[in-house]
Design a protein around this ligand. Structure first.
Ligand code: BJW
Length: 249
């Protein structure tokens, strides 16, 4: 007999891309140990020193064109889950990522929200349009929509700015029966609060899959710790084989 419809929301953070060669933020040796947030990830920093901020993102954008940054087994497993899960329960799988890299879409995920933006896009400070960005910014390029020069900034969400698509995210969280958090330290809001929003519904199971307990670990009903490339493929296989089994820890 087919299980009742189960909608899954998956929140991902920098930990899922770590094994693809991208730095996390708050781990030892992570990005925030090399640069100060106040210098590169706030609107005030950009207003004060746009070249510095552009260079931080230009450097990170260039990595995507190296050819050695590829989705890993965890990204691939989530893309498989999205494809196969509807035939298991009739429910859907949506990924809400805090990551600005393109590794989920490169792995084949389609129901995807980039709540902190995308490094391979630029936003015009003048007309507000978002465009594809395949190179460095801050070098005198024109906005493809309004034609203004040097108005393009990285399409990312800095501290103090509103994350993207919050209404859609809240509606997904309201309707989900399984909330999975992967590779995020739970330091940054509003993403860190999603587990409580989802878990507020008695029918919703919540699970954390991370290298170590996150700041919000106690809010999850279940937790498993290890590397994303080990944990995610085996958890996805469990879901696709057995459906949603609630194992509270
Ligand atoms: C592995 C692994 C492996 C490693 N396998 N796992 C006081 C209280 C509450 C909130 C606030 C407050 N003061 C200010 C706020 C709000 C603020 C906030 O949360 N601040 C906190 C620091 C307290 N938030 C905001 O400002 C947000 N906007 C907002 O709230 O709008 C509302 C509003 C607006 C205006 C006025 C009033 C209200 C915006 C947040 C923007 C975040 N931006 C960044 C940078 C931009 C993108 C970029 O450059 O890439 O987004 S910060 C950075 O942190 C980035 C990430 O998306 C985000 C989350 O990091 P993440 O993904 O969790 O990474 P890490 O490194 O922290 O964790 C990695 C984890 O993986 C670790 O746990 C490892 O163990 C694990 N791991 N290897 C599995 N192989």
């Amino acid at each position: 007999m087919e299980e009742s419809k189960q909608n899954i929301v998956i929140l991902t953070g920098a930990g899922i891309s770590q094994e693809s060669g991208l730095d996390t933020f708050r781990d030892k040796g992570g990005l925030w140990s090399k640069v100060r947030i106040e210098d590169v990830a706030t609107p005030e920093a950009y207003a004060r020193d746009p070249e510095r901020v552009q260079e931080f993102y230009n450097m990170r954008r260039r990595r995507h064109f190296d050819g050695d940054i590829k989705p890993n087994a965890a990204h691939a497993a989530l893309a498989l889950l999205e494809k196969e899960w509807p035939s298991v329960t009739g429910g859907s799988v949506s990924i809400v990522t805090q990551n600005i890299d393109n590794l989920h879409e490169a792995a084949g995920s389609e129901n995807l929200i980039h709540m902190h933006g995308e490094i391979l896009k630029a936003r015009c400070g003048d007309c507000g349009e978002v465009s594809i960005c395949g190179g460095d910014l801050g070098q005198g390029e024109a906005c493809p929509d309004c034609g203004e020069i040097n108005t393009l900034r990285p399409h990312v969400v800095w501290f103090g700015e509103m994350p993207l698509e919050m209404e859609r995210i809240h509606s997904l969280l309201d309707r989900c029966t399984l909330f999975i958090s992967i590779g995020t330290s739970g330091n940054v809001y509003p993403a860190a609060g999603f587990v409580q929003l989802a878990g507020g519904n008695a029918d919703t199971h919540t699970i954390e899959l991370n290298l170590e307990p996150s700041e919000g670990a106690t809010f999850f009903a279940e937790a498993r710790y290890g590397r994303a490339s080990d944990l995610i493929p085996s958890y996805v296989e469990e879901l696709l084989t057995n459906g949603l089994v609630r194992q509270n820890t």
